[in-house]
Design a protein around this ligand. Structure first.
Ligand SMILES: Nc1nc2c(ncn2[C@@H]2O[C@H](COP(=O)(O)OP(=O)(O)OP(=O)(O)O)[C@@H](O)[C@H]2O)c(=O)[nH]1
Ligand SMILES: [Mg+2]
Length: 230
């Protein structure tokens, strides 16, 4: 198997549709899924580069694996369900810290999936959110997360990473709404991310393999008579 040149990771709560988004993009269809165990990846040829796209498990029991999957990632796609405010909150509370192991210039995309369930049912900006999720709006449910909520999260991520808004892609460009079921904006999402990942791959290649410390090289320091180290 060809070694991947760069890595993109999907993170987010269980059931938000990470696996379905990847199926839609890679296999061009929407099919029944089972909740992901651990993680799995696809390889995508993008121009001369080979990009691995990692699908991770949202289930709490696999949480510890997340930062391992993010190691060296050039992009992280933080995914939520537009009909679940909790799934957006979880991105900040549970998943953001996992990205500490990603590449220093990792790009972040925030993706609200399942828009097909709430098309044309966006809450007016000044209206309070309904008490319960799934409030009726014709035959659809009322969307729980507004685009502005995702943009606010993107800005919090920049703060967390101590990045200046001037140095990174604009929030409006990096917040997406998709439907894995209908395919709405799925190609646009992945292809926008891949285009942004290419310069990171080029830089990573120019810098060579990451500098790591080989602990087998470690030799204990000789002790002097005084008990101090030489
Ligand atoms: N209506 C609708 N349903 C979706 C969409 N995307 C996923 N689903 C459904 O939501 C459920 C969960 O989808 P998955 O893709 O397995 O979710 P996941 O984020 O991979 O979940 P974990 O693997 O447990 O982390 C499945 O029943 C999907 O069919 C979508 O865009 N629209
Ligand atoms: Mg999954």
């Amino acid at each position: 198997m060809k070694k991947p040149d760069g890595k993109v990771v999907l993170l987010g709560d269980m059931n938000v549709g990470k696996t379905s988004l990847l199926h839609r993009y890679m296999e061009r269809r929407f099919q029944e899924t089972v909740s992901t165990v651990g993680g799995a990846f696809y390889l995508k040829q993008w121009g001369p580069y080979n990009i691995s796209i990692w699908d991770t498990a949202g289930r709490e029991q696999f949480h510890g694996l997340g930062s391992m999957y993010c190691r060296g990632a050039a992009a992280v796609i933080l995914t939520y369900d537009v009909n679940s405010l909790q799934s957006l909150t979880e991105l900040e509370e549970r998943f953001l810290a996992l990205t500490d192991s990603a590449s220093a210039d990792c790009i972040f995309a925030i993706v609200g999936n399942k828009v097909d369930l709430s098309d044309d049912c966006t809450l007016p900006p000044d209206e309070n959110r309904p008490e319960k999720s799934g409030a009726s709006c014709g035959s659809k449910v009322q969307k729980q997360v507004r685009a502005e909520d995702a943009i606010a999260l993107y800005k919090k991520i920049l703060k967390y990473k101590m990045l200046d808004e001037k140095d990174v892609p604009a929030a409006e460009k990096m917040c997406f709404e998709t439907s894995a079921k209908t395919g709405y904006k799925v190609d646009y999402l992945f292809e926008t991310v891949f285009d942004m990942v290419v310069p990171i791959i080029i830089r990573q290649k120019a810098e060579g393999p990451p500098q790591t410390v080989d602990i087998t090289d470690y030799k204990p320091a000789k002790r002097t008579k005084s008990g101090c180290c030489a």
